[in-house]
Ligand binder design. Structure first.
Ligand SMILES: [Zn+2]
Length: 446
C-alpha cells in the first residue's frame, strides 16, 4: 500500500491521488477530472473525502468504563460525578487503569481518531495512575499519539499537597498542565491555582489545559484570569480553556468585555457538548439552560474552538462509544450551528481545530512531508458526512492500514421498496440506499 486514488480533499475541487513513502506524504496529484482505475498497490477512495485523522482533544481515559462502579451517579451532576469517582478511585490499580485505557483507545481508533489528549487525575498520593498512563502512552503508539494532562481533579490548593503532586506529575513526564479553579474551595484559591499552574507550565515548557468554569454559575469567572495571564506572558496558543460552560450563563454586557480580552489572548477552547448538556442545567427548573459555552460566538470571533467527548461510560456520563462524529452532530444541534455555511466546514471542529488545540503543528494535515496518517470517510463532503451520519471507513497510520470498516447492508422485503428511495433529491450519493442506511458495521483493527 503506497497511495490512495479518487480522493476528494476538503476545500479543493476535483479528485486526487495521494502518495506516501516511508510513512510520509510524498505527492498530492490532481487527477484532472479523471476517475482513476486501480493501478498497483493503491486504495480506491471512490470519490469520498480523505482527511487527516479525527482528533480527540479532551477525554478522561483513567476514569473510562467505570460507570456504576460501585454506584451510579443518580443526580447527573458534575459534583456527584466527582464523589462517585472518589469512591471508585479508592479501588483503582495500575493494571485496572491500563486495561480500561487500552480498551477505550481501541474504541477511539476504531472511529478514525489518532490524536488524543487525556486528563489523568493526579490528586493521588504516589501518582500510580499517572505512572500507568505514561506507560499506556508508549504502549498505545501504534494506534494513537497520546498527550497526558496532569489534572488535579480535587483541586490544587484545596487538596493536601496539591501543588507538590502537580510538580511531581510534570517531572514524571506529563505533557500538559491542568487545573480546576472553579472547584477550589474559595475564589482566591481558584485564582492562585491558575497563577501556580501557569508558572509551572512556563517553567517546564508545557502546554496548558484547564477545566475552567465548568458550572452554570454566572459568577464563575476564572476564564478572564487564565486569559489575562496567557496574554501577558504571550502563551495563548499553547493554552486551552476546556468547558467554560459558565459563559453560557454570563450576561451579554460582561461577555462583550470578556471577548475583547479573549481575542487578544488567543486561547484555544474545547466544548464537550454531550457531557455538558447532560451535567449542566441540573439546578434549573424551566426554562433549563443548555449549559454550553458560546461556541458559535467564539468561532465567529476568530478564536479556535473544537469539540471533544470528555467521557466514555464513567461517573459523569454513562454513554459513548468513541465516535466523535456523534459528538459533532450533537454539538452542532445544541449550539444552533446547522446553518448551511457551518455544515460546509463542520469537520473543522473535530479535525484541524482539535489539532491546533493540541499544538500538533506539522505533525498533522495533508501536506507534503507530513505523516501519512489519513482517513477515507463514507461520504464526499462535510455536509454529506453529517447528513448521512457517516463514518471513517479506512484509517491509515504512518502509511499502513490500521482499521477498515464495512458498513452493513439493509435487506428489504422486496426489491421495489428499495428502488423507491434511491435518492434524497439533494444530489448526495452518500445517502444512496441500501448500502449506507444501516448503522451496523464491522470494524477490523489491523
Ligand atoms: Zn474533563
Amino acid at each position: 500500500m503506497n497511495h490512495i486514488f479518487n480522493a476528494r480533499l476538503r476545500g479543493r475541487t476535483g479528485l486526487f491521488t495521494l502518495r506516501w513513502e516511508a510513512g510520509r506524504i510524498s505527492a498530492i496529484e490532481p487527477q484532472q477530472g479523471q476517475v482513476a482505475t486501480a493501478a498497483g498497490n493503491g486504495l480506491d477512495a471512490e470519490g469520498h473525502l480523505v482527511i487527516p485523522p479525527l482528533v480527540e482533544p479532551h477525554i478522561h481515559l483513567d476514569a473510562a468504563l467505570t460507570a456504576g462502579e460501585p454506584r451510579w451517579n443518580q443526580t447527573g451532576t458534575l459534583f456527584e460525578g466527582i464523589e462517585r469517582w472518589a469512591e471508585r478511585k479508592a479501588t483503582v490499580t495500575p493494571e485496572d487503569t491500563k486495561e480500561r485505557a487500552h480498551r477505550t483507545i481501541r474504541m477511539l481508533a476504531a472511529h478514525g481518531i489518532q490524536h488524543v489528549r487525556t486528563h489523568v487525575d493526579v490528586t493521588e498520593p504516589g501518582l500510580k495512575t499517572l505512572q500507568a498512563m505514561l506507560e499506556v502512552r508508549d504502549e498505545a503508539r501504534p494506534l494513537v499519539d497520546l498527550q497526558i494532562v496532569a489534572f488535579p481533579q480535587e483541586g490544587i490548593e484545596s487538596f493536601d499537597n496539591g501543588r507538590a503532586l502537580m510538580s511531581e506529575a510534570v517531572a514524571m513526564g506529563a505533557d500538559v498542565v491542568g487545573g480546576i479553579p472553579h472547584f477550589e474551595n474559595t475564589r482566591d484559591q481558584g485564582i492562585s491555582s491558575i497563577h501556580f499552574l501557569m508558572d509551572l507550565a512556563e517553567r517546564h515548557d508545557r502546554l496548558v489545559d484547564v477545566h475552567c468554569d465548568e458550572t452554570d454559575d454566572p459568577q464563575s469567572r476564572f476564564l478572564e484570569v487564565l486569559a489575562e495571564i496567557a496574554r501577558v506572558r504571550d502563551m495563548g496558543p499553547r493554552v486551552t480553556a476546556s468547558h467554560t460552560t459558565a459563559m453560557g450563563s454570563y450576561d451579554n454586557a460582561y461577555c462583550f468585555k470578556l471577548f475583547r480580552l479573549l481575542k487578544r489572548s488567543a486561547l484555544n477552547f474545547i466544548c464537550c457538548p454531550t457531557e455538558s448538556i447532560h451535567l449542566q442545567g441540573r439546578f434549573d427548573s424551566y426554562p433549563k439552560r443548555r449549559g454550553l459555552t458560546r461556541v458559535p460566538e467564539l468561532d465567529r470571533a476568530g478564536l479556535n474552538v473544537c469539540f471533544a467527548q470528555d467521557s466514555i461510560v464513567d461517573p459523569w456520563y454513562p454513554l459513548g462509544n468513541g465516535n466523535i462524529l456523534r459528538i459533532l452532530d450533537a454539538g452542532l444541534h445544541i449550539c444552533h450551528m446547522l446553518g448551511y455555511e457551518d455544515l460546509q466546514r463542520a469537520l473543522d471542529f473535530v479535525t484541524d481545530h482539535g489539532a491546533r488545540t493540541m499544538a500538533l503543528g506539522d505533525g498533522y494535515g495533508i501536506e507534503l512531508g507530513r505523516p501519512a496518517n489519513l482517513l477515507i470517510l463514507s461520504a464526499e463532503s462535510d455536509y454529506a458526512m453529517l447528513q448521512s451520519q457517516g463514518q471513517a471507513l479506512v484509517s491509515i497510520r504512518h502509511g499502513e492500514v490500521l482499521m477498515r470498516r464495512t458498513l452493513g447492508d439493509t435487506t428489504w422485503r422486496d426489491a421495489a421498496s428499495s428502488a423507491t428511495v434511491a435518492s434524497d433529491g439533494m444530489g448526495h450519493d452518500s445517502v444512496r440506499l441500501p448500502a449506507r442506511e444501516s448503522p451496523e458495521t464491522d470494524v477490523v483493527l489491523i
